[in-house]
Design a binder for this molecule. Sequence first.
Ligand SMILES: Cc1ncc(COP(=O)(O)O)c(C=O)c1O
Length: 381
Amino acid sequence: MKPTTQRMRLPGPTSVPERVRQALAEPALNHRGPEFREIVRETEEMIKRVYRTSGDVFFFACSGTGGMEAALVNTLAPGERVLILENGQFGSRFAAIAKGLGAQVDTLEAEWGTAIDPEAVLRRVKEQDYHAVTVIHNESSTGAVNDLKALGEIMKDRSGLLIVDAVSSLGAIDVQQENWHLDVVVGASQKAIMCPPGVATVSVNAKAWEVISRDTQTPRFFFDIRKAKASLDKNETPYTTPTSLVVAMRESLRMIHEEGLENVLARHERLSSALRAGCVAMGLKLFPTSPVISNAVTALHVPDGLEGGQIVKHLYNEYNTVIGGSRNRLNGRVIRIGTMGDFDADDILGDVYYLGRTLQDLGVDADLGAGAAAAAEVLAK
Ligand SMILES: Cc1ncc(COP(=O)(O)O)c(C=O)c1O
């Protein structure tokens, strides 16, 4: 019963579709030649439509964390005060980066699995002027989604910036940079954008640009968006572009727009709902309790008596299926399945089946039939 090909079901990096893999195999290009500049132009135009912005989106040769650092290093000077909204592992990462830059870091924490309460943010920003507020849209470590629209409303008429990590939501959960007044939004290639890891995207609006273009003492070189802007105006990056990854991203963005962004988001919603329904019907419990639960990652409590690593290992060894555990304070207690990018109904039914089999193999009384039926019912809607 072991699948012959590996089932890549991580919450990133995600499976790369055949068309994108073919694009990765294209011959090398001059990163400053006319062909590649046209590719950058087209990729830029298409990714803006995913961000729903008319502002610039910058490409950096790094993982998502580099994008987070780029967002902060360009907007915060040492000593400036930042409010970090922290309801999971990646919120903590923003705090660590800001501390590293010498900012004065305040945090507003919410229990992992819950969302940040916008009212609590409003109270904090009324008490204290913040140079910036950071938030993780989709906390991949817990499956909780924060309310960007409400936070944008709070920050739009204040001088402070709203800096958003949309690494695991962009292309899976709606992000409306312009309508929601999001000043800086970070994405990455390896999640719902369906490419291999290696490119972070950082989108900035006019309010953010005013701050970015200041002359401050903040050390910045590779991630200096002022230099990136001068290059982007020529459809280039300041330093050698990871050309193959950008060619791949052009192809994945073409796929997204061919399907239609609204349809892509609706597919994520339908498929992830089906997976959640299937898991719950098998007797598993969802980890997040936030008002909005992620359509990009399904985070589940590990049943009593088991350790998360056992499930992850068994799925890999016996069913050729790769899912995530937790590499943080939830270690051993939460497992996570990606529902991002290139996946469909057959993946969801496979997830329910192989997870159910795994639980049974490990001695849990999981009702596989009920799980499959519940998932199929949502899929059939
Ligand atoms: C929400 C979020 N932010 C940031 C990151 C960090 O990205 P990377 O691992 O590409 O550096 C991740 C990675 O999983 C993520 O899910």
